[in-house]
Ligand binder design. Structure first.
Ligand code: AQP
Length: 336
């Protein structure tokens, strides 16, 4: 059976980009057709300056939202990365397979290291190495597919390279996975800056729709979205990034392609209104279910506990096999 792994990092409140680019596909498609694992990748949130209490709070919120969006613990494992030691165990081995040059080529490293320096902070070594941890997240489970937004495809490519290299050097151990981004909305852009990705850790909230925004706030943000010169509502990512972003969001909400909506609106205002209403309706059940789940925190804890147990049992044999393959002496009795 196909196996799927993906995750969300608790660096901020979940956004419409996370939902359309990843979470919705996990809920509507992936968990029904494959053995799936979905994870709050909290260790990744420590790669930039962080507030411990906030990371803890956001981890719980992300897990609650994943369930609120419709991940069903009967169908998939939902868990927190740091609850399963195998991720960090395997990450070190993969660091011994990766090389310095390929890590420095990662676009996210380049962009985020600049951002960290601009904020006056230092660049953590883990920011450089975290794509290796992401590779470990994926390879530990023998995942075939990794449903992620477009921004993560370079990291999945690195994961593939590391898996192939490891298998060649030390014997076949890992499945070589592939990224499976959604067909529409694989890169939702910031509403105020439609040439930049809508990212949850970005500072300006005006261009970011958060899943827990009140409907009025969602409407306001979308109605104030930056659009382009001219008046024609056509899908053209290069020439009309603002309008195309709205068309893509609306198309994703309606389950069709953005080109189909080209020419369907007489003005930018009409497009904005339709998009705002579609997003409000899309997010309404998620917000309602989130509220209900917040009233039963014990239920979320139980799901995460069971999810971690299941994940640990799935990852351990592969990670142990990698230890053996690399020449590490296993303790008497077999397992670490
Ligand atoms: N704007 C987006 N459009 C489509 N997909 C997106 N994803 C994130 N943003 C968009 C996808 O959501 C999944 C989880 O993302 P993440 O938690 O790894 O990253 P993030 O939300 O992008 O978090 P940050 O901290 O805000 O990162 P930066 O600073 O890089 O923007 C992934 O599948 C991701 O592709």
């Amino acid at each position: 059976m196909t196996r799927i792994f993906s995750g969300i990092k608790p660096t901020g409140h979940l956004t419409l980009g996370n939902y359309l680019g990843a979470l919705r596909q996990w809920v509507e498609v992936d968990q029904h057709r494959a053995e799936s694992l979905f994870c709050v990748v909290d260790l990744h949130a420590l790669t930039v300056e962080h507030d411990p209490a906030r990371v803890r709070r956001l981890s719980r919120q992300a897990a609650t939202l994943m369930l609120a969006a419709g991940l069903d613990p009967e169908r998939c494992a939902v868990f927190v990365q740091s609850h399963v030691d195998e991720h960090a165990r395997l990450s070190y081995l993969l660091e011994c397979v990766a090389n310095d040059g390929e890590m420095r080529r990662m676009i996210q490293y380049k962009e985020k290291s600049v951002r960290e320096r601009e904020r006056g902070g230092s660049v953590r070594l883990s920011l450089l190495t975290y794509p290796v941890l992401m590779a470990a997240d994926i390879l530990a489970y023998g995942a075939d597919e990794v449903p992620v937004g477009e921004d993560q495809t370079q990291h999945v490519e690195l994961t593939r390279d590391l898996a192939v290299r490891f298998n060649q050097r030390y014997g076949h151990t890992f499945v070589v996975p592939r990224a499976t981004p959604p067909k529409v909305a694989a890169r939702v852009m910031d509403l105020q800056e439609p040439t930049s990705k809508m990212g949850k850790s970005h500072e300006s909230g005006a261009g970011i729709v958060y899943l827990l925004d009140e409907p009025e706030v969602v409407r306001k943000k979308i109605l104030r979205a930056v659009t382009d010169s001219g008046r024609e509502v056509v899908y053209d990512r290069e020439g009309k990034p603002g309008v195309s972003n709205l068309l893509e969001i609306l198309a994703a909400c309606e389950g069709r392609g953005p080109e189909e909506l080209s020419g369907a609106f007489d003005s930018y205002g009409e497009l904005k209104k339709a998009t705002a209403e579609a997003v409000v309706e899309l997010l309404r059940p998620v917000r309602e279910r989130h509220r209900e789940l917040c009233a039963e925190p014990g239920r979320v804890d139980a799901v995460l506990r069971a999810g971690a147990e299941k994940a640990r049992a799935m990852a351990r044999p592969t990670v142990d096999a990698a230890y053996r393959a690399m020449g590490l002496m296993m303790p008497a009795g077999g397992e670490v």
